[in-house]
Design a protein around this ligand. Structure first.
Ligand code: GLU
Length: 614
């Protein structure tokens, strides 16, 4: 693992070294270094006829095939998402939730589906307080590996809703490639091997999980084949009987049982608190059709996900703040300084005001208004970093005065996956899906082959009546997922998103700034080293970012600290996947060249392919 990380780190540094702060120019193709031994690894693809991008070669190949055979962006997105549930099972799957953003080329409308997990109806406000001690459960290990943090899954309902609204394939057909892959198996790469190793201790606590992911007593070695016949059978049941095979009947009963009586081994020392989910909670689950967030940035319309995610409002507010400055790649240090300051302000407002709007009064309109952003801008000194944490802005039209607000610690984990699709008609999908932290709750539903999420850890742990993200039964925990679609003159221009907990927001924002302000191409904007300012005293930054910008940012007074958390050994921020469409309809699909082992971008008709495209 150490060797892999060093190699990955130096590859990122090599990419970073090609950037000069003066002109900030990257070479046109960043080095694709996928460590997977499957598919055709490729971080950038250019062409026409449809494009896909994801972190995984199998998922991107499946998506391209769907498009090539005449399927649309929604069909490809659902097929890819289900494939990611097989090959990226620690990041996403039918045991989790997510947010689906869709652009319709015919109408020019952007619509979204909120498929976020919900808290069970019987979840008490003090669910995260240990009844034995009266004190909050520790985040790790208690909450992370538990029944109490499992939310009612929304992913499958999202797929069905998306296909109903915009798809041309049945759920049966859309899930076929993933079911076949689960049965046949995929080749284990370093990322999968490393993620299994990082989770081995808690996976070992559940026989259903260790049987699947530690079958030889160890993580599956790189190059071996990982099969999941239980998941194939589950997917086949759903293909045959529809989503009711999951939301009602045996599988729903088994999910509820797993949450209420976590199936841990007799000898584990992990505490694994029990949860409150019932089969009725699962039967009652419903996705929400939400209006997309929208801001105008430098003549482009930027659409994102409304609360219950904080992604759309926080990216949108940051862009509105930045709209007041001329930014350029020529003075990258100033551009980055303003990016960091805008993001800190927007995070202060996110913490104070954003939660599930069905339970909290969320001022979405104000947070997205240019007027509010303009007033927040008075906190920015273009030459000096402000003292963090910053207070939230008052909502009475004067964001310059601050509202009373107490900063809560950020406990969001780093996992999740994102896929982007544009089809030949110009329809587009940005879809971010998750089971929360890498490996979710650690619990595979016995005999069913999928992990349950631990998404409810995104609630604030200790109940505070003033906190919009307090625990409430039936509620969706606040997310940071930021699937984003940018249009120009009503036509799709760019699709992007990323995993990374609360760094999702800054990752998407930094990519947009890199692309639209600093003059980078999309592949360059994705490859560039990242830093994340989430209203904290110091800025979390990838080591390559620190190497590149430490000196240039020093006069501004930002404190850069290396990124990374206690759950993984990687110091990467995000793992983005995007697509850009030019005025002639040519597509550039871009995935990560290095992070998470590198992603895969594909187009239906590559630009350099002379023969008839098939
Ligand atoms: N639970 C996080 C969210 O909804 C996503 C997890 C992650 O990306 O690590 O924002």
């Amino acid at each position: 693992m150490t060797i892999a990380l060093i190699r990955r780190g130096s590859a990122l540094l090599a990419t970073a070294a090609l950037i000069t702060t003066a002109a900030f120019v990257l070479p046109s193709s960043a080095t694709p270094t996928k460590d997977s031994q499957t598919g055709s690894p490729q971080a950038t693809a250019r062409g026409t006829g449809g494009a896909v991008s994801s972190v995984d070669a199998n998922a991107s190949r499946v998506g391209r095939e769907v498009l090539r055979k005449g399927g649309n962006a929604t069909d490809a997105a659902v097929a890819m998402a289900s494939t990611l549930g097989v090959t990226e099972p620690y990041s996403a799957g039918i045991g989790g939730g997510g947010y689906f953003v869709h652009y319709d080329a015919k109408t020019g409308n952007v619509e979204t589906i909120d498929g976020r997990e919900t808290a069970p109806a019987a979840m008490p406000n003090d669910a995260f307080i240990d009844p034995n001690t009266g004190k909050p459960f520790k985040f790790t290990p208690e909450l992370v590996t538990s029944g109490v943090s499992v939310g009612v899954p929304g992913t499958l309902a999202t797929w069905q809703e998306a296909l109903n609204k915009w798809g041309s394939l049945s759920l049966d057909k859309a899930l076929k490639p993933s079911s076949e892959l689960a049965r046949k198996g995929f080749v284990v790469d370093k990322t999968f091997n490393g993620q299994t190793a990082d989770n081995a201790k808690r996976f070992a606590a559940f026989p259903s999980t260790s049987k699947l992911y530690l079958s030889s007593g160890q993580p599956a070695v790189v190059g071996s084949v990982q099969r999941n016949p239980d998941l194939a059978n589950t997917l086949d049941l759903i293909r045959k009987h529809g989503t009711k095979a999951f939301y009602r009947g045996a599988i729903a009963d088994e999910i509820a049982k797993t949450v209420q009586e976590p199936p841990k081994s007799a000898d584990t020392t992990l505490p694994v608190p029990k949860g409150f989910m019932t089969a009725k909670d699962i039967a009652d689950y419903a996705v929400k059709d939400q209006a997309a967030t929208k801001v105008n940035y430098r003549g482009l319309d930027v659409y994102g996900m409304a609360p219950s995610s904080s992604g759309g409002t926080t990216v949108g507010e940051s862009l509105n703040i930045l709209e007041n400055y001329r930014l350029s790649g020529a003075d990258m240090a100033r551009t980055l300084h303003l990016y960091l300051e805008a993001s800190a302000l927007a995070f202060a407002d996110r913490g104070a005001y954003v939660g599930d709007p069905a339970y909290a009064d969320v001022p979405t309109k104000t947070l997205l208004s240019q007027k509010f952003a303009d007033s927040r801008g008075c906190k920015i000194d273009p030459t000096k970093a402000s003292t963090k944490p910053l207070a939230a802005g008052a909502l009475d039209g004067d964001g310059c005065s601050t509202a009373a607000h107490e900063e809560k610690p950020d406990t969001e984990n780093v996992s999740t996956t994102h896929l982007s699709v544009v089809d030949k008609w110009g329809n587009a999908v940005a879809y971010t899906l998750t089971i929360e932290q890498t490996g979710g709750s650690g619990m595979v539903v016995p005999g069913r082959g999928f992990l349950l999420n631990n998404e409810l850890t995104d609630f604030t742990a200790v109940y505070d009546a003033k906190d919009p993200n307090r625990i409430q039964p039936g509620k969706r925990p606040r997310s940071s997922m930021s699937p984003t679609i940018v249009t120009k003159d009503g036509k799709v221009k760019l699709v992007v998103g990323s995993p990374g907990g609360s760094t999702i927001i800054t990752t998407v924002l930094q990519i947009l700034v890199n692309r639209f302000d600093a003059g980078m191409s999309l592949p360059q904007a994705i490859a560039a080293p990242r830093a994340s300012q989430r209203n904290t005293v110091s800025v979390s930054a990838e080591p390559e970012f620190i190497t590149m910008f430490k000196d240039a940012l020093a006069p501004y007074g930002h404190t850069l600290v290396p990124s990374g958390d206690q759950f993984t050994s990687a110091a990467e921020i995000g793992a983005a996947a995007g697509i850009e469409v030019d005025a002639q309809g040519r597509m550039t699909a871009a995935a990560e060249p290095v992070r998470r082992g590198g992603g895969t971008a594909e187009v239906v008709c590559p630009i350099d392919q002379k023969r008839n495209c098939r």
